[in-house]
Design a protein around this ligand. Structure first.
Ligand code: 5GP
Length: 203
């Protein structure tokens, strides 16, 4: 399938096609993808996305994938199938059940209230780890910056961030690029005006 833009046309990946078919652009620049990505999950789509993430980062010697609960976990697991590495997910809120030895970060959330804490046990991140962050959405970049802080505290290396859907008209992507993070997205949305999703040509 081809998506037509004023300057031409280009082939879309599976996620982009699915967003156009089943995604709902809501007022407030929220894209609802509940029917296939973060409530009901289409595992065939996630498998294809996992392969796409692998193609983007396969040369980077990744040893671990890091994400945040809950929506990132399934996406990260399918990517991990291709990289053949473990997935670690940061837990949100009280981390009493994670144990006393944790790396933590405060994440400011525009969509889910003021802020929340994320925590990863020190058992699962090590200085020799080359870490790929995977997440479902990139909007203001705060979740990825929180994960970056945790990776830094562990003395591990952040190799890049693989994002399913980047809302490129919001500040997060530029913030992460300015922080030196190699951010790649399967679907970078340039605009969502009047319910019409337009992808950026390089995603
Ligand atoms: P950020 O930290 O980049 O501002 O936001 C990341 C988190 O906010 C994502 O992991 C996701 O849970 C949520 N989020 C941001 N924008 C959207 C959106 O348009 N739709 C949905 N479903 N979640 C979003």
């Amino acid at each position: 399938m081809l998506y037509f833009r004023e300057w031409g046309e280009y082939p879309m990946n599976s996620l982009q096609k699915r967003i156009l078919k089943d995604g709902k652009a809501l007022p407030g620049n929220i894209l609802k993808v509940d029917s296939f990505l973060n409530h009901q999950i289409d595992i065939d789509l996630l498998r294809l996305m996992g392969r796409d993430f692998y193609e983007l980062f396969k040369d980077k010697n990744i040893s671990k994938i890091l994400t945040v609960e809950a929506s990132g976990i399934a996406i990260a697991c399918y990517a991990a199938e291709y990289f053949k590495v473990p997935v670690v997910f940061a837990k949100k809120g009280s981390h009493k059940n994670v144990g006393p030895d944790v790396y933590t970060a405060e994440v400011f959330s525009f969509t889910k209230g003021p802020s929340y804490e994320i925590a990863v046990s020190k058992l699962y991140l090590h200085p020799e780890d080359k870490v790929l962050i995977i997440d479902d959405f990139l909007a203001n970049g705060q979740a990825v910056l929180g994960l970056q802080k945790i990776i830094n505290e562990a003395g591990a290396s952040l190799v890049g961030a693989g994002i399913a859907i980047t809302k490129a008209f919001q500040p997060g992507e530029q913030l992460l690029l300015d922080a030196g993070i190699d951010v790649r997205s399967l679907a970078a949305i340039e605009s969502m005006e009047d319910g019409n999703v337009i992808f950026r040509s390089d995603s």
